[in-house]
Design a protein around this ligand. Structure first.
Ligand SMILES: Nc1nc(=O)c2c([nH]1)NC[C@@H]1CN(c3ccc(C(=O)N[C@@H](CCC(=O)O)C(=O)O)cc3)C=[N+]21
Length: 282
């Protein structure tokens, strides 16, 4: 079997066209959705992601302003900037690019953003609402994964979904969203015993570990759906956590890196910002 490759980049194009139409109709009502992105330090990868977010926003007619600070910025100064953006009625979504320098407490920063503008879906209020199945901003990467599955007609209900990784950004929330859609969910992590026995049971395998090409055809069941959330740089090139060539021979569906989950993440950020603009103005 050769897997059908799910190009997130193509789906993202399709969805961004729909979002552009929404922005157009909001603008007719004099609502201009705007995202504010804060980036600290000069990590080239972070800078390039942030530029990607800004470009994607502008392409659908949405404003995105960028606030760049040196890594010497104090936590207090950053919190003040967030407070200013919280109170700025022209700003609908606020994103602080992670990770932050060591002297800044990440959780404090996440909690400083008002939930109404938390387009990353990282605020404890957003997470709590997600856990209890209430309407809220969903975290972009997990939500992007669900949309990929749904738009490709892949059934989630009743499936055994195995999540590799338990970060607050990806692993934990994607498992929750799969559970909300009636999957049977197993989480695996660095302390999991007999990992391969578990991954081989997965109908849907979400790989968010952060080690290049760690999952091979040996680890998966014939016909599994494999979603690669890895973002690794190897010799300057972006690669996933899945050994694409071997898994391609066994899986039924497989997402590539790049052009897989990444473009969907940005698309869900655009989606959340538009939703924020609608809610603030209703
Ligand atoms: N507050 C916050 N929110 C985030 O959502 C967030 C963050 N911080 N910090 C960093 C991670 C990483 N992330 C990516 C988004 C898109 C691509 C993406 O579109 N990648 C392209 C390729 C890009 C390239 O070639 O460099 C692709 O996979 O095809 C990648 C990575 C969002 N993150």
């Amino acid at each position: 079997m050769t897997a059908e490759i799910i190009y997130g980049s193509e789906l993202a194009q399709e969805i961004r066209q729909e979002l552009k139409e929404e922005v157009d109709s909001l603008r007719e009502k004099s609502i201009s959705p705007k995202l504010s992105v804060i980036i600290i330090g000069d990590d080239p990868a972070s800078k390039s992601y942030v530029k990607g977010k800004q470009k994607a926003s502008n392409k659908i007619g949405m404003d995105a302003d960028l606030w760049e600070y040196e890594s010497s910025i104090s936590e207090q100064e950053l919190l003040e900037k967030i407070s200013e953006l919280n109170n700025d009625r022209s700003v609908h979504g606020i994103l602080v690019q992670l990770p932050l320098p060591d002297h800044i407490e990440e959780q404090k920063v996440i909690e400083a953003i008002v939930p109404e503008k938390d387009v990353d879906g990282f605020h404890p209020v957003s997470i709590g609402k997600m856990m209890t199945g209430q309407d809220t901003f969903l975290p972009c990467t997990p939500h992007g994964i669900i949309v990929m599955l749904e738009r490709r007609g892949i059934k989630i209900e009743g499936k055994h979904a195995v999540v590799l990784g338990r970060s607050n950004l990806v692993g934990k929330p994607v498992g929750q969203l799969l559970l909300n859609r009636n999957a049977t969910v197993t989480y695996c992590h660095s302390k999991t015993k007999n990992l391969k026995e578990i991954t081989k049971q997965a109908d849907i395998l979400i790989v968010a570990i952060g080690k290049p090409s760690i999952i091979t055809s040996d680890d998966i069941k014939e016909g599994a759906v494999v979603i690669d959330v890895g973002v690794n740089r190897v010799d300057g090139k972006l690669t996933g956590d899945v050994d694409f060539e071997s898994v391609d021979q066994v899986a039924s569906y497989l997402t590539p890196v790049p052009k897989g989950v990444g473009p969907m993440t940005i698309t869900m950020l655009l989606h959340n910002t538009i939703e924020a603009a609608k809610k603030i103005n209703q």
